[in-house]
Design a protein around this ligand. Structure first.
Ligand code: A3P
Length: 318
């Protein structure tokens, strides 16, 4: 991974449309919605970020399990450097350990990412189409984790309500649903975000790994082995014999991460509580929030947009 030393001039296009999720106004940029305040970071990152072949980029739509994927990948990559009994994740939220690429460009400076351990692990919510060209051209590894739209929506609704002033009531879920369904969500449209990475994973499976939150939940050790192999660090026979896969699974589980002080009362570098990254961590919580009608509406849209490409979320229930 390398960084450019040219600080570009960034201008926000004048033709922007702003639509609200009340706590977060979104701007459409090249077909995708993102917060206006982060737009310059996206543009700077696209212009200046220079990926290397060994880099590993984690990508998700927000609330798809980014924190979990980050913890798992970081732990697999660093297990020879860090013992699980004395591990950075015990005192640091996973999101703080892995630089979030475009946010590091947000203040108009080119960040120094040169002192990160190799291989360099970075994360991003950028749609495939908006990734810096160097990420595609360098042929570095990309891992994408997606989640069924119904649980993602519910998780996003809770998450964004956290940012409202204390005296503001939550955004009515019906209102938020209409925005999400209409494609207006952070880094949305949700379906297009998934499809970009899905198609890339079909074209270049050795460089783009596509994972689903629900499958990871159902069989974590199988997917951990898959992840380690993809990363080029498969578990050795000795590590298997020592139960390392199961240990990493437990170490990064929802229960384990939420029991840590840092994730209960710590804050991110922007001052937001780490606990906002954890809520229930289950599949199917949408059943407690969506009506039969809204659930059906999202199912239909997902079917319409994704099934023709072979992407389904059938085990999430009706
Ligand atoms: P819920 O709101 O449904 O509970 P992100 O990390 O992309 O922001 O996603 C947050 C979602 O992932 C939240 O979902 C959160 O509870 C869940 N999550 C966080 N850590 C997890 C873990 N270790 N295992 C499973 N789910 C986790």
């Amino acid at each position: 991974m390398a960084t450019s030393n040219i600080v570009p001039e960034h201008e926000v296009p004048l033709s922007i449309v702003e639509k609200g999720w009340k706590s977060l106004h979104l701007t459409q940029y090249q077909g995708f919605w993102r917060p206006l305040k982060f737009l310059s970071g996206v543009m700077a990152c696209r212009e200046c970020f220079e990926a290397c072949k060994d880099d590993i980029i984690l990508n998700t739509t927000p609330k798809s399990g980014t924190t979990w994927l980050t913890a798992l990948t970081f732990t697999i990559l660093s297990h020879t450097r860090h013992d699980l009994d004395n591990h950075p994740l015990l005192t640091t939220n996973p999101r703080e350990l892995v630089p979030y690429t475009s946010a590091r460009y947000a203040d108009g400076k080119v960040p120094d990412l040169t002192n990160l351990p190799s291989p360099c692990l970075l994360s991003s919510h950028l749609p495939y189409e908006l990734l810096p060209t160097s990420i595609i051209e360098s042929n570095c590894r990309i891992i994408y984790l997606c989640r069924n739209p119904k649980d993602t929506f519910v998780s996003l609704w809770y998450f964004l309500n956290n940012f409202l002033p204390e005296d503001e009531p939550p955004v009515p879920i019906e209102e938020a649903f209409e925005l999400f369904h209409g494609g207006i969500s952070i880094f949305g449209p949700f379906w297009e975000h998934l499809l970009g990475y899905w198609k890339a994973s079909l074209e270049r499976p050795e460089r783009v790994l596509f994972m689903k939150y629900e499958e990871l939940k159902k069989d974590p050790t199988f997917h951990l082995r898959r992840l380690a192999e993809f990363l080029g660090f498969p578990f050795s026979l000795e590590e298997e014999r020592q139960g390392l896969v199961e240990k990493i699974e437990r170490f990064c589980s929802f229960e384990s991460l939420t029991s840590l002080e840092v994730n209960q009362s710590g804050k991110t570098r922007r001052g937001n509580p780490n606990k906002n990254f954890f809520r229930r961590g289950i599949v199917g919580d949408w059943k407690n929030h969506l009506t039969a009608e809204t659930s059906e509406k999202l199912d239909q849209l997902s079917q319409q947009k994704l099934e023709a490409f072979g992407l389904t979320f059938k085990d999430v229930g009706k």
